[in-house]
Design a protein around this ligand. Sequence first.
Ligand code: NOJ
Length: 540
Amino acid sequence: MKWWQNAVIYQIYPRSFQDSNGDGIGDIPGIISRLDYLQELGIDAIWLSPVYESPNDDNGYDISNYQAIHPEFGTMDDMDRLIEEAKTRNIRIVMDLVVNHTSDEHKWFVEAKKGRENPYRDYYIWRDPVDGQAPNDLGSTFSGSAWTFDEASGQYYMHLFSKKQPDLNWENETMRQEVYDMMNFWLDKGVGGFRMDVIDLIAKVPDHKITADGPKLHAYLKDMHEQTLKDREVMTVGETWSATPESAKLYSDPDRNELSMVFQFEHMMMDEQPGKSKWDLKELDVVDWKEVLTKWQVELKEDGWNSLFWNNHDTPRVVSRWGNDKDYRVESAKCFAILLHLMRGTPYIYQGEEIGMTNRHVTSIDEVDDIESRNMYAERLAQGYSKADILKSINVKGRDNARTPIHWNQTDQAGFTEGTPWLKVQPNYKEINVEQALADKDSVFYTYQKLIQIRKENPAIVWGSFNLLLPEHPTVFAYERLYKNEKWVVVTNLSADSQIVSFETIKDQGNVVVSNYDRSSLNWSDLTLKPFEAMAVQFV
Ligand code: NOJ
């Protein structure tokens, strides 16, 4: 078994986690001061969103120096101390590896812009204009064209994200070698691995408009593995929006020596109108959603590994998205936790999820920081959408939802900073905060703590097979896990209405291991589930 197979990973978005010096921006010393809290939660590793030097066009996902820490987050000494302090608590630090693109302020790009003959020119993707226009109609994820014209050299460069995030040219072997050297620099410091930003885009073929899953992708990953990860006890998780179960097996089959696992997003895109964008909202169809999640559980059974997550710094908070953050905040937060954490794979918790933090609500674009939302706002306004419609999409799906500061306590600015936070603290911080959660034995926090413990103590949760139960039920998501002579049944009601269900084949009572309402007896053939009720029952 690899260490990450029964591990739970906690994602930190450093800007919003804990400020230590009053500048309103979370930092590394702030993270160190909260390691005891994370140890109490029970997590095994931290996925640290970027802390490298960056002009912050995309909050650190635009890196200008991979081997330096952004002064607003601290120093390299702070980083070394974080790795060390975490280690003493059996927590590993997994770094964010952003190598699909750099910042336009990275020295490679600064050099590359000097002219066609510059040795760094080929580190990036340049094309001549076609009929005085961009080479083709490839678009950027952050709205507009993926090509920006560089006056000085008369060529366009490619960027799948903002124009301050030029894409690297992975065809260039010298560039690849520099990336591997940089990875080894971090690995030699003792980090626990990498979360690889949009890694499925690195093998793009711009002239054929192939962006994701390009023909050389797996060859590059194998080469990277050979030159960096091989013989090290580390984990890697690729961010792969294009992943299918078939490609996920290619990435994560241990015999292929590529990645430990990938983040797949199929279940995260089911409340948008097919063929449109994330901003075009649609109700979630729970039956279809269950089918998709089940497919991933079943397909990756033998020669692959799943990652399990409901949210991250790019997505809304689960309790607001699919739970009910008004009448059943605590119940629905626990319900989604139980549903996810007893599946097969490595679970991820996004900071604040463990206390049931909610989405934020904005009434004007002036309150929005996120570049993706802001660019979309400008684009849709020009296309004639109403402000109200655009803001509605931003309130439901915008990335700032998950990026507001963590609520530590009831004091001013929720204990996040002594200064003015870079993004406003949410108004509900007095009810929802870590101090309150730790003091209340029925809080969402303790459900997460228990779920992490359950995974550690029960090989059935790590290795057991997965079967969906009641596949046609419109709101109840139930499944069983089977391992040797043991069976677990997980039942969750993803709605604010009670539901009556019947499991005719279950005869024993079983042992309720975790639940979000009091459950002393169970009548399996006539089971009334309360709003967002969830339970896991073990049969041995
Ligand atoms: C995915 C990251 O999670 C997101 O925050 C970022 O904007 C893009 N990749 C570009 O790096």
